[in-house]
Design a protein around this ligand. Structure first.
Ligand code: G6Q
Length: 549
């Protein structure tokens, strides 16, 4: 039986890990490699087409054993089974957490509230595919009979980051005769810049919003409708051919004026940040076509099955999750850097920021008690090699510990001369330098003047993982995303938190609603905020009025 979730620091394995951690005050990664010459060949995993080298970590076999024990004591197995069974594990919203159902093959069943959800998933996928085919082939025409050339996804947070990331990641496979843009920010600049060079008669908007009540998305959607209708001489009938919606809320979609025939649904058991493979991925399917989209789903499913069935010691997401816990909770590492060495993955760190930090940025356990350990680390990163010429300095020689995940591929989608070898050599070199550093003796041997030696010493002992796959395909992208989804799940299960709610986002949505009329109302409002907020509101009104005079 798992212990009470609030007693994490009391678990025997946690205490044992705490004691075991002192070993690494004396022993660094270099010494660990010296002790076992085969370490680099042993500490890796190869599953579902992904290869993970985790040998350059501050761990021994004993560490792994204790971390795996922690996973067991924390009831991880039971939590995984609960998720796949469709139990309502998002307890603060009383919802199932079933993004895994979005990629479940047709012949399998997942029952939620007495109903098999798998046929519903495939029904929507088929509707998306026939729509995508008709737009891509030119069969679906705009109101004036022109072919649709531009797709604009309007959404924010989970209804934007996944689609943007996937479009960028899979651009190689995209229909190059079409233009794809993403509008998310309520800052009008976002919408204006996205549409400034487009012809409304060739443009299709996808309004993506789970709730269809999000301020940013609805405002952008209204501006989009005005822009479109203006382009058709104020003919409102044009909307039907140029707007589709992705939502769980048919009523609000209809109220906005989009025919629910042109709506693609999903369900409350799909969290926003876990929705890029639901109908929220409609822009992705329009870009890459149904066949590639299905390959992406197959990639997701392969990792789902691996996560569900592989023993923990061979389970990629479990090992990655445990390593994060190790540094976050036992070494006070506050962040994890994700460093994709593939230009197409340039938005992957931004996508992961939401996935990881919205999921595990929690301060109470499932039973509502304050956590007694640290929870979610800060995820951040940039594609390589660019980061090497900026922030890597701090990772190499700063005072903070920043575990890194390097991601790269054996092959390039755009082979060109020596570029790919140079790219990959940088991954290997960075990880090597981080782990092994450069000693005082090595620096001196290079003839460095004494005064400069300390500046040129690299302590090393900086941990990293290297994740390798064959080629960035839709299938591989699905695998990578599922890998991090379940890594996040593993961490959340150990901390005993609800990784699937987001009350912090909800608060922001409510607070802004209160201030809007105070900024744009015709009469001076009576302000009842703190003195700073009151002053800022008054100042803004004053400047706004004076700039209009
Ligand atoms: C994700 C969050 C959040 C959400 C956005 C958009 O998990 O819930 O980022 O996706 O706030 O919400 P809508 O899709 O409802 O517009």
């Amino acid at each position: 039986m798992p212990l009470q979730v609030s007693q994490l620091s009391e678990r025997p394995s946690w205490k044992a890990l705490k004691a075991h951690r002192s070993l690494f005050d004396e022993k660094n990664i270099k010494e660990l490699f010296a002790e076992d010459p085969q370490r680099g060949e042993k500490m890796n995993l190869n599953a579902a087409g992904l290869f993970l080298d985790f040998s350059k970590n501050r761990i021994t076999e004993k560490t792994l054993e204790l971390l795996l024990k922690l996973a067991e004591e924390s009831g991880l197995r039971e939590r995984i089974d609960s998720m796949f069974r469709g139990d309502k594990i998002n307890i603060s919203e009383n919802r199932s957490v079933l993004h895994v159902a979005l990629r479940t093959p047709k012949n399998e069943k997942i029952i939620v509230d007495g109903e098999d959800v798998v046929p519903k998933v495939h029904e929507v996928l088929e509707k998306m595919a026939s729509f995508a085919d008709s737009v891509r082939s030119g069969e679906w025409k705009g109101y004036s009979g022109k072919r649709i050339k531009n797709i604009i996804n309007i959404g924010i947070g989970g209804s934007d980051l996944g689609p943007v990331m996937a479009y960028e990641a899979l651009r190689y496979y995209s229909e190059r005769s079409m233009t794809f843009r993403f509008v998310s920010n309520v800052d009008s600049t976002d919408f204006v810049e996205a549409t400034r060079d487009l012809d409304p008669s060739e443009t299709l908007f996808i309004v993506s919003s789970k709730t269809f009540g999000t301020l940013e998305t609805l405002n952008n959607a209204h501006s989009a409708r005005d822009w479109l209708v203006r382009g058709f001489g104020d003919d409102q009938k044009a909307v039907a051919k140029h707007f589709v919606a992705v939502s769980t809320n048919a009523e609000k979609v209809a109220a906005f004026g989009i025919d629910t025939q042109n709506m693609f649904g999903f369900w409350d058991w799909v969290g926003g940040r876990y929705s890029m493979d639901s109908a929220i991925g409609l822009s992705t399917m329009l870009a890459i076509g149904p066949k590639h989209f299905n390959a992406m789903l197959a990639g997701f499913h392969e990792i789902d099955e691996h996560f569900r069935t592989a023993p923990f010691e061979k389970n990629l997401p479990v090992i990655l999750g445990l390593l994060s816990i190790w540094y976050n909770d036992f070494f006070d590492a506050q962040t994890v850097a994700v460093l994709p060495y593939d230009q197409y993955l340039k938005r992957f760190p931004a996508y992961l920021q939401q996935l990881t930090m919205e999921s595990n940025g929690k301060h109470v356990t499932l039973d509502g008690k304050k956590v007694d350990t640290q929870t979610g680390p800060i995820y951040w990163g940039e594609p390589g090699t660019n980061g090497q010429h900026s922030f890597y300095q701090l990772i190499h020689q700063g005072t903070r510990l920043i575990p890194c995940d390097f991601i790269t591929f054996y092959k390039s989608l755009n082979p060109l001369g020596r570029h790919h070898d140079l790219l990959v050599s940088n991954v290997f070199a960075q990880a090597e330098a981080l782990a092994f550093g450069k000693t005082k003796e090595q620096v001196q041997a290079e003839g460095t003047p004494d005064a400069l030696v300390p500046h040129r010493v690299f302590e090393g002992n900086r941990p990293s993982n290297i994740l390798l796959a064959d080629l960035l395909t839709p299938e591989t992208l699905g695998k990578l995303v599922a890998l991090y989804e379940h890594n996040v799940f593993t961490q959340g299960a150990i901390w005993g938190i609800d990784s699937f709610d987001q009350w912090g986002v909800e608060l922001g949505k409510i607070l802004a609603q209160k201030i809007i009329p105070e900024l744009d109302g015709p009469t001076t409002p009576i302000l009842k905020h703190d003195s700073s907020t009151n002053h800022l509101i008054s100042l803004y009104r004053e400047k706004k009025i004076s700039s209009h005079e």
